[in-house]
Design a protein around this ligand. Structure first.
Ligand code: SF4
Ligand code: SF4
Ligand code: SF4
Length: 322
């Protein structure tokens, strides 16, 4: 190496070092960009996150139809929804809506299913703070007590009163931190029982077997027998009263009436499609269809023979009575 090249190398090294040091030195006079979290923030951290941030899930219960699309679309079974008949209103209502945020992988599949096909009741929020000593605290219960009625969605889903994102997740998190894990012991007992009865079997229809109540069967029978054969609309309206009547669309039809009209017209023989109605609606619809298409004696025999009304779906209709 000649002398000029040697001097050039030294000069390049010196200027590079000076350049680097200049950047370092300039930081001595800049405002720090790190913040003391959480004490010294100008505004809550959640407000600084992007709007589409995938934080904790929340459910706005007053616009939830109980259609269970979210529960079905979750690949790892984080969501648990239970529906029962409300003794006061005699209508289906939700008794449980739990999300295990400790297990959730934030994939958003449940949110998409609800947003595209239902009301957008379940959604990600920008809430994220869930530091806890045990994951049990992160089971968010959106129905802390009592029953929540099912929301009947407008047909075009245009006027669903979607509220602010965040408060439901915050409330559920606070309850979780306060009430779990003692509450979870109770839940686990419920899950154990459900698994024993086959209600939560992986895959397939998640319906328990229900035997139709004798008094109710008599009432349904009387109404069906009084319904003139061939009057599809009348029979469809009667069947509609046996569904959950939320027009949630989980059965694959836009409204309850569309579903029951297909059944009454002989185009659909499956009484097990009403998701919010659950096993009870399946049993009631199956029994009513049996009375209509097979006759009261055969319907009673089928009802006594087994409780699984889905299995006891009516035989193919004699003719589509449109
Ligand atoms: S309305 Fe949405 S949140 Fe409610 S059960 Fe259906 S999919 Fe789930
Ligand atoms: S975000 Fe994904 S993993 Fe979490 S509850 Fe929804 S579907 Fe399940
Ligand atoms: S019949 Fe269909 S639309 Fe009506 S509540 Fe049941 S699943 Fe929803």
């Amino acid at each position: 190496m000649d002398l000029s090249q040697y001097i050039k190398n030294i000069s390049t090294a010196a200027s590079t070092i000076l350049e680097g040091m200049a950047v370092t030195f300039s930081h001595l006079f800049r405002e720090p960009i790190t913040v003391q979290y959480p004490e010294k923030l100008d505004k809550p951290m959640t407000e600084m996150l992007p709007p589409r941030y995938r934080g904790f899930l929340e459910v706005q219960m007053d616009i939830c139809t109980g259609c269970k699309r979210c529960e079905r679309s979750c690949p790892i079974e984080c969501i648990a929804i239970d529906l029962v008949k409300d003794p006061a209103t005699k209508k289906q209502a939700m008794s449980r809506f739990d999300i295990d945020m400790g297990k959730c992988m934030y994939c958003g599949l449940c949110v998409e299913a609800c947003k595209v096909e239902s009301t957008g009741a379940i959604r990600h929020t920008r809430e994220f703070e869930g530091a806890t000593a045990t994951l049990d605290h992160l089971t968010f219960r959106f129905i802390p007590e009592g029953l929540v009625p099912l929301y009947k969605a407008p047909k075009d889903l245009s006027e669903v009163p979607v509220g602010e994102y965040g408060p439901h997740a915050r409330e559920a998190r606070e309850r979780g931190m306060r009430d779990n894990p003692a509450m979870l012991e109770e839940l686990r007992e419920i899950w154990r029982k459900q698994n024993q009865t086959g209600k939560k079997k992986k895959g397939g229809k998640k319906q328990a077997k229900v035997t139709i109540d004798a008094g109710k069967a008599e009432k349904i029978k009387g109404n069906v027998v009084a319904s003139p054969k061939g009057d599809v609309e009348k029979f469809a309206r009667l069947l509609e009263t046996l569904t959950a009547q939320t027009d949630c669309g989980a059965c694959g039809y836009p409204t309850c009436y569309d579903y029951t009209k297909a059944m009454a017209g002989g185009a659909d023989y499956d009484p097990s499609k009403c998701e919010p109605g659950g096993a009870e609606a399946t049993a009631d619809l199956g029994y009513a269809m049996d009375v209509y298409w097979k006759g009261p004696e055969a319907a009673d025999a089928a009802a006594k023979g087994g409780g699984d009304a889905a299995a006891a779906a009516p035989a193919p209709a004699p003719a589509a009575a449109n």
